[in-house]
Write a protein that binds this ligand. Structure first.
Ligand SMILES: Cc1cc2nc3c(=O)[nH]c(=O)nc-3n(C[C@H](O)[C@H](O)[C@H](O)COP(=O)(O)OP(=O)(O)OC[C@H]3O[C@@H](n4cnc5c(N)ncnc54)[C@H](O)[C@@H]3O)c2cc1C
Length: 379
C-alpha cells in the first residue's frame, strides 16, 4: 500500500469522513516543485514561498552541502542580494593575473571585492533560510521524470503533484531531458584541490593564464575560508591535470609535499542561455538553463538573481490574474552578454599569454581588459 507522506503540501484528493482508507493514496499537491537545492533552486523556492505559494524542493543529495562542486566565489553583487554570515565568507579585494612564465598584472578597485566562501556551510545556511520562508525541502530524493495529469504534473515515483515544475538541477539537467528542452553542450570541466590555509597566498585571488595546463580557461589559487583552493578548468575534451599545475606554481606558494584535504569538481556550461529553456508548466534555471557568464564561468550570482526572478514570475503566472509565462519574463530580464561571447571567442583563439609576454599586448591594455572581465568595468 502506498501511503501519503504527511509533511507540508495538501492532498490532491479529499476523503469523505467515515470512508475507508484508499489503497492508493493520491499525490501530495504543491504549487511549485523545484528540482535541485543549489543556489538557483533555493533562490527560486525562497522567493515563491515568500509570495505565498506552496513549494517543495527535491534534491538527490543526502544532505545540503554534500559533494560541493564549485569554488564558491561570490561577486559583490551576489552577496548584496543574499548576504551570508561573516564567518562563512572571506573578503578578497585584489586579483593577480599570472602568465606561465610568472609575470603578473594586479587588479584592484577600492569599491569592489569578491568573497571566498565556506560553500557547504553557505548552502546549509541558504537551506535554513528557504525553509524559514515556508518551503519544504527533501534531500535524498532523485527526480526521474514527470507525467502530465490535466493541468498538473505528477512527479514519477515521488507521490507529488505540482502546478509548475522548475528544473534547477544543474548543467546536466534531467528535467531538461525529460521535457525535451534544450541541453547544455558547450562545457568546461573544473577540478580543484583543497589545502590548509597558507600565508603565501595572501588575500589575493590568483588567476593563471596557462594554455598548457588550463586550455580554454584559467587556473586559480584562492584564499578560502580556513583553506587554500587550487584548481583549473579546461575544455571538456582536455585533461585537467591539477598535479602538473601545482608543480608549475610551486615556486610561488610552496604547495609541494602538502596534504590534499579535499577535492571538488564538475562541469560549467559556457554556451549562454539556452534557446528552448521552458515549456508548458515547466522551466529551467541556473546552470540547467545555461545561466553562466561565458567569460568568467561564474554562475552563482546569476543562479541567485534569476532564481529569484523566476520565483516571482511563477507566482504572478499562477495567480488568478494569470501573468505571462515565467520563461518569457526571465528571458527578457536576462542580459544579452554579446561582448562576453565575443571576448570568449577571442580568448579561445588568440594567444593572450604569449602576446603579453612578448609585449605585443601592453600591460596597460591588458589591465584594462582584465578589469572589464573581473569587475565589469575598465580599471
Ligand atoms: C569547478 C567549478 C568551479 C566554479 N567556481 C565558481 C565560482 O567560484 N563562482 C561562481 O559564481 N561560479 C562558479 N562555478 C559555477 C557555479 O558553481 C554554478 O554556476 C552554480 O553552482 C549553479 O548553481 P545551480 O543551482 O544552477 O546548480 P547546482 O549548484 O549544480 O545545483 C544543482 C542541484 O541539483 C541537484 N540534482 C541534480 N540532478 C538531480 C535529480 N535528478 N534529482 C534531484 N536533484 C538533482 C544536485 O544534487 C544539486 O544540488 C564553478 C563551477 C565549477 C564546476
Amino acid at each position: 500500500m502506498v501511503r501519503t507522506r504527511c509533511h507540508g503540501g495538501e492532498s490532491a484528493g479529499t476523503r469523505r469522513p467515515g470512508t475507508p482508507e484508499p489503497l492508493v493514496i493520491e499525490a501530495r499537491s504543491y504549487d511549485i516543485a523545484v528540482i535541485g537545492a543549489g543556489f538557483a533552486g533555493l533562490a527560486c523556492a525562497r522567493r515563491a514561498a515568500e509570495r505565498g505559494l506552496s513549494v517543495l524542493v527535491l534534491d538527490r543529495k543526502r544532505e545540503p552541502g554534500e559533494r560541493i562542486h564549485t569554488t564558491g566565489i561570490l561577486v559583490k553583487e551576489a552577496w548584496e542580494e543574499w548576504a551570508a554570515p561573516d564567518e562563512l565568507v572571506r573578503k578578497v579585494s585584489r586579483v593577480r593575473i599570472h602568465t606561465s612564465s610568472h609575470q603578473f598584472v594586479e587588479l584592484k578597485r577600492d569599491d569592489y571585492f569578491f568573497l571566498a566562501t565556506d560553500t557547504a556551510a553557505l548552502l546549509r545556511h541558504l537551506v535554513d533560510e528557504t525553509c524559514a520562508a515556508g518551503a519544504e525541502i527533501r534531500f535524498g530524493e532523485k527526480y526521474a521524470g514527470a507525467t502530465r495529469n490535466g493541468t498538473r504534473l505528477d512527479l514519477d515515483g515521488a507521490g507529488v503533484s505540482c502546478r509548475f515544475l522548475v528544473g534547477a538541477d544543474g548543467a546536466r539537467s534531467r528535467v531538461a531531458e525529460s521535457f525535451g528542452l534544450d541541453r547544455n553542450v558547450r562545457l568546461l570541466k573544473g577540478l580543484e584541490w583543497e589545502y590548509e590555509a597558507m600565508d603565501s597566498v595572501g588575500d589575493t585571488l590568483h588567476c593563471f593564464i596557462d594554455p598548457e595546463c588550463a586550455p580554454g580557461y584559467i587556473g586559480w589559487v584562492v584564499p578560502g575560508v580556513g583553506i587554500t583552493q587550487v584548481g583549473l578548468a579546461v575544455h571538456r575534451s582536455s585533461k585537467a591535470d591539477v598535479q602538473k599545475f601545482v608543480d608549475r606554481i610551486d615556486v610561488l606558494f610552496g604547495l609541494s609535499g602538502r596534504r590534499v584535504l579535499g577535492r571538488r569538481g564538475g562541469v560549467i556550461p559556457i554556451g549562454g542561455l539556452l534557446r528552448n529553456f521552458h515549456g508548458d508548466r515547466v522551466m529551467l534555471i541556473g546552470d540547467a538553463a545555461g545561466m553562466v557568464s561565458p567569460l568568467t564561468a561564474g554562475g552563482i550570482h546569476k543562479a541567485y538573481r534569476f532564481g529569484r526572478v523566476a520565483g516571482d514570475a511563477i507566482a504572478d503566472h499562477l495567480d488568478a490574474a494569470g501573468g505571462p509565462h515565467p520563461g518569457d519574463v526571465v528571458r527578457r530580464a536576462y542580459p544579452k552578454q554579446s561582448w562576453k561571447r565575443v571576448a570568449r571567442w577571442s580568448y579561445d583563439r588568440l594567444p593572450v599569454a604569449r602576446a603579453l609576454e612578448a609585449g605585443l599586448l601592453t600591460r596597460g591594455l591588458f589591465q584594462k581588459l582584465a578589469g572589464k572581465v573581473f569587475f565589469d568595468r575598465f580599471v
